[in-house]
Design a binder for this molecule. Structure first.
Ligand code: ARG
Length: 456
């Protein structure tokens, strides 16, 4: 394989240890795309003949078809996707195939392939996130007046609308979209032309290759071009955050579906039963999303660790970038796809949400604010309400159920109008500023999100 330089073949075990073709073959369409652009540039710069270019195009076209139909004979002896394709090309078209690698190395070739792959993956993921946001907005739209308890420390804190809660996730996903778009700009640079590490002595035109492949520019230092994997790390970091968001959401879906809350039901097709307990319906999908987050977070650490000790420029270590990256893309793709569908299959149980909101003195802050509006300093109001809550606790009822006479004992400022602020609806409506849970504010947030979603 490596010609006259070697006096014995690679050991069988070593061959299996060093080969990447089993997993990097999925780069084949991008490898071919990169080769076609490289060959075209070589011909335009008169480094190879037009006849060579025509042969290369014909051969690569056939190889693409063979791979697509499953007829391509992948060989472990040929180590990776690049050598497999090059060998087959030479077999098909002869010398032109051997000329394709002029002014190129597998080092800049593989970096180009991975960037082309990831660019496509990011575009697909962006559409999937947007589809999920769309599903969230559809659900939120129906629930701007559905009251549920908002929590801090997982204790009932203040009433919010279910839509407001959902919109928090829509907001997170908006940042996820921004992050992916930003990372894409750095993915979208061309390494080809760096060759092995120092550039090449042929009169190549890197800008031409960049424009043929739709890259926004070239990697400007040849050493950096072949060794940089920042773009993969950045992407995986963004992916880990997306999974983290979905993991938090999953945790809530699981809690909400527990009979102890009973706020929602998840459609049967996303759940499984138990082999021993006939009554069980388990939220497997959200649980797995939570679990798979660990896997993606792990890939981020794997990639960071892969890079931390590497001297310039290319090292074989970099071959290890692919599996974590591919698995990150696959896991995220499947997760986003399933999630959008699962959101449409959520059945909301507003009565249970309301019951819970009425249990935890959720409008205590509203009562304090009421007293402040009547002239009491906030700290004094806080204390008066705390005593009233203690009284309600002792009576085993909610703050809103205490009579006016009793309430007046905690502050003479309390009048009949207090029941407006003690109601869940009054509490929601009063938080009427951008970012607040008042129905009209949440409606506005939904419509802002729709506009953003419709933008390219
Ligand atoms: N399979 C290799 C990788 O994924 C391709 C580049 C190999 N280059 C080299 N000089 N060994 O990184």
């Amino acid at each position: 394989m490596w010609s006259g330089r070697f006096s014995e073949p690679v050991a069988e075990l070593v061959k299996r240890y060093t080969a990447s073709v089993d997993f990097d073959r999925r780069l084949a369409p991008f490898d071919i795309q990169g080769s076609l652009a490289h060959a075209q540039m070589l011909a335009e710069c008169s480094i190879i003949s037009d006849k060579d270019l025509a042969d290369i195009r014909r051969g690569l076209g056939q190889i693409e078809a063979e791979i697509a139909s499953g007829d391509f004979a992948w060989s472990l002896d040929l180590e990776d996707v690049h050598l497999n394709i090059e060998k087959r090309l030479t077999h098909l078209v002869g010398d032109a195939g051997k000329r394709l690698h002029t002014g190129r190395s597998r080092n800049d070739q593989v970096a180009t392939d991975v960037r082309l792959y990831l660019r496509t993956a990011i575009d697909d993921l962006l559409s999937l996130i947007k589809a999920l946001q769309g599903a969230l907005l559809d659900l939120a739209e129906k629930h701007t007046r559905t009251v549920m308890p908002g929590f801090t420390h997982l204790q009932i804190a203040q009433p919010i609308s279910f839509a407001h809660h959902l919109m928090a996730y829509c907001e997170m996903m908006g940042r996820d979209v921004e992050r992916l778009k930003d990372a894409r700009r750095r993915v979208n640079r061309l390494p080809l032309g760096a060759a092995a590490l120092a550039g090449t002595s042929y009169p190549i035109d890197r800008m031409r290759v960049a424009s043929l492949l739709g890259f926004e520019g070239v990697c400007e230092n040849s050493l950096d071009a072949v060794s940089d994997r920042d773009f993969a790390i950045e992407f995986t970091a963004a992916a880990a955050l997306i999974m983290t968001h979905l993991s938090r959401f999953s945790e809530e879906l699981i809690l909400w579906m527990s009979p102890m809350a009973g706020f929602i039901d998840i459609a049967d097709r996303f759940c499984t039963g138990s082999s021993i307990m006939p009554q069980k319906k388990n939220p497997d999908v959200p649980e797995l999303v939570r679990g798979k987050t660990g896997r993606v977070n792990g890939h981020l650490i794997a990639l960071l660790t892969l890079m931390k000790g590497q001297p310039l420029a290319y090292n074989k270590d970099n071959q290890e970038d692919k599996e974590p990256l591919f698995d990150t893309v696959d896991t995220l793709t499947q997760t986003l796809r399933i999630y959008a569908d699962m959101i449409t299959g959520i059945r909301v149980k507003p009565e249970a949400m309301r019951r819970a909101a009425l249990q935890g003195h959720a409008t205590a802050t509203d009562l304090a604010d009421y007293l402040v509006r009547k002239g009491l300093p906030f700290r004094d109001a806080h204390e008066a309400v705390a005593l009233a809550v203690r009284h309600a606790e002792q009576k085993g009822c909610d703050l809103a159920e205490i009579s006016l006479v009793e309430l007046k004992e905690f502050s003479a400022l309390i009048g009949e109008d207090v029941y407006l602020v003690l109601s869940l609806e009054g509490s929601l409506a009063s938080r009427n500023h951008i970012g607040g849970t008042a129905p009209e504010q949440v409606e506005a947030a939904i419509s802002r999100a729709r506009t953003k979603l419709a933008a390219p």
